[in-house]
Design a protein around this ligand. Sequence first.
Ligand code: GAL
Length: 446
Amino acid sequence: MATNRRTLLKGAAALAALPIGLKAAQAGAQSTPAATPGGTPVGSPSAPLVVGTPEASLEVFSWWTSGGEAAGLDQLFAAFSAGSPSVGIVNAAVAGGGGSNAKTALQTRLVGGQAPDSWQSHLGKELQSLYVSPGYCAPLTDLYAEQGWNDVFPQGVIDQSSVDGVPYVVPVGNHRGNVMFYNKALMESNGITIGDTLSIDEFFTAADTLQAAGIPAVALGDRDSFAAPQLFENTLLGVLGPEAYTALWNDPSQWSSDGVTQAIEAFARMLTYLNPDHAALTWDGAADLVAAGTAGFTSMGDWAYGQFVSKGTESSIGWVTHPGSAGSFVTVIDGFTLPVGAPDTANASNWLRAAGSATAQTAFAPYKGCIPARTDIDSSTFNDYLKWSANDLTTATAVPSNAHGSAASPQVQQAIFDATIAFIVAPDTETYRVTIQQAAEDDAAS
Ligand code: GAL
């Protein structure tokens, strides 16, 4: 591993021979943080190449390449660099929302014994199935004790960070997945008032109004494979409520309920209001449509707020929970791992110490659009969006996301992704429902 990395880091000549993921790593390597939310995202692929000597480098693998994502990641890098100024950071981010491309590239590396020093993982099933069970992750029990993390991360987050009671990931931020962002001026000019909550009926009334005015009500960027499944799971939650929604991920028979059929029908109706270019756009492109006022709403995780901040468009945006889902909080929590047999455990451990620190998480959150994973951070200085989210989390029912890997196995997640693509092309409610139920049953039996 050390020899390979040394070879890889030698320079431009080596770049031509690299797999795509590592080319992105080289192109995205950087060292200086953006100063304020909305500033230049220095972690973007056009940033200058800064590479330390192989023995003094840290390679961090993620899929954070959009404006807010790269800017947030840069804040974590800055926290690491403050303590390890001589260590060059190799930003191995692979573009593709939700990690669609990154996770595949990472598997190739892990299987081939080419683990980066640390990689991004969602908590829950994804961590367990893709990384801990195959033996790729080193336990973090000692680091948790040393850093006092057992006292500052909520127990539920520690549970999802752990397998059989052993922590394997350091959570950095807690995203809310069930947010409906909308263009405020567009609503106002069409006589639509969005209150503190939005029912499914209220949403469809607003959508009909926009449609009559020739405006796509729902912006979707389903070039990213997670985007439509996220719209679907948010709609499941909105129709079923948190208990029945959560039961879906634990009991395959729940997929045969009338509520599921109603949710699929509501989802099908939402798909009738889409931007015509939805298949060509990624999630951030869809969010940009809303910011520009060329579409009404986008149902997305609050990394979209980070995107608005990075583009300076956040003042045009309002937010409310996805229709029907007030009182529920779909948690999408990102963290970073320590590989078994890391080439440089000291650097990797220092990276995790930094990523789990209050300083890093305070700096990261406003750029990324999430709230810190730690509970000991004063949110009074946060922007209004983060305050709303942090406040809601204290009372809402937390539920997991399947679109973002926490709720079900990777097999069920993929089956729903595939079934959703098929449903968009040919919406047949019963086929969709039965296909998902079959996948859940097969998984439970395996
Ligand atoms: C999620 C991830 C977020 C955000 C989003 C879009 O899976 O947890 O941090 O990056 O994908 O890429």
